[in-house]
Design a protein around this ligand. Structure first.
Ligand code: PGA
Length: 252
């Protein structure tokens, strides 16, 4: 299975900073990536075209969006449609990143709508799920992950449009941007739950769907994380902003 190393730049970088960062990454990584490894860059909307210009034609690099609104076009002030992202060269998009859920209040249902719509439009969708610290302390991780997966994936719309590709990112909310990484046994356990649910919900692709880990991934923990069962890649925030640290992760 392909290993996806994704850089979620969140709300960082002007176009010139994005261009310089993407250039440095391609210089450091082109031709050096381990086999079957793909680098995905998720810049803010304003830098998509700039990054597309740098990575276009570069082997092993893809472009994606952090979010979109699930409609063709219309009166949705401030929003961006999947068709506009495809037009800029995006092949991927996230749905349900924890900041969308917890800072912007996105419900499981809206995340599910985005996931289904993005797949229908031909984007490879990365569904982000994860429990909060309170949920972890209350021992309801399994329920939370299963609910988030079921609400997004258990629909005929999803089952009928899997051609463009699906990945899941397990990101414990308490490990995002905190420097706190989940313990290997916690990651192993959560990824095994996700795999089991995927095989039940989407038997035709559940076994080969990539499951990424996200939450304070750094150059010094990447090789341990990638060695855990059912970890097929990582989603990196803070450490993806600097070419040195992200390229160390990409090669790790
Ligand atoms: P982090 O963010 O690497 O800064 O913890 C991960 C994410 O939000 O995807």
């Amino acid at each position: 299975m392909r290993t996806l190393i994704a850089a979620n730049w969140k709300m960082h970088m002007t176009r010139s900073q994005a261009q310089s960062t993407a250039r440095q990454l391609t210089e450091k990584l082109e031709g050096k990536l381990p086999e079957n490894r793909e680098i995905l860059i998720l810049p803010p909307f304003t830098s998509l075209e700039t990054v597309a210009g740098v990575i276009s034609g570069k082997d092993g690099f893809s472009l994606g969006a952090q979010d979109f609104y699930p409609a063709e076009e219309g009166a949705y002030t401030g929003e961006v449609a999947p068709g506009m992202l495809l037009d800029l060269g995006c092949g991927y998009a996230l749905a349900g990143h924890s900041e969308r859920r917890h800072v912007f209040g996105e419900s499981d249902e809206l995340v599910g709508e985005k996931l289904a719509y993005g797949l229908e439009k031909g984007l490879h969708m990365i569904l982000c799920i994860g429990e909060t610290l309170t949920e972890r302390n209350n021992g309801v991780i399994r329920e939370v992950l299963s609910r988030q997966l079921r609400t997004a994936l258990d629909s005929a719309r999803v089952r009928n449009s899997l051609g463009s590709g699906l990945s899941v990112a397990y990101e414990p909310v308490w490990a995002i941007g905190t420097g706190e990484v989940a313990r290997p046994e916690d990651i192993r356990e959560a990824h095994a739950m996700v795999r089991e649910d995927l095989m039940t919900l989407l038997p035709q692709i559940g076994e080969e769907t990539g499951i990424l880990y996200g939450g304070s991934v750094k150059p010094d923990n990447i090789s341990q994380i990638l060695g855990i069962d059912n970890v097929n890649g990582v989603l990196v925030g803070g450490a993806s902003l600097k070419p040195d640290s992200f390229s160390a992760i990409a090669l790790g």
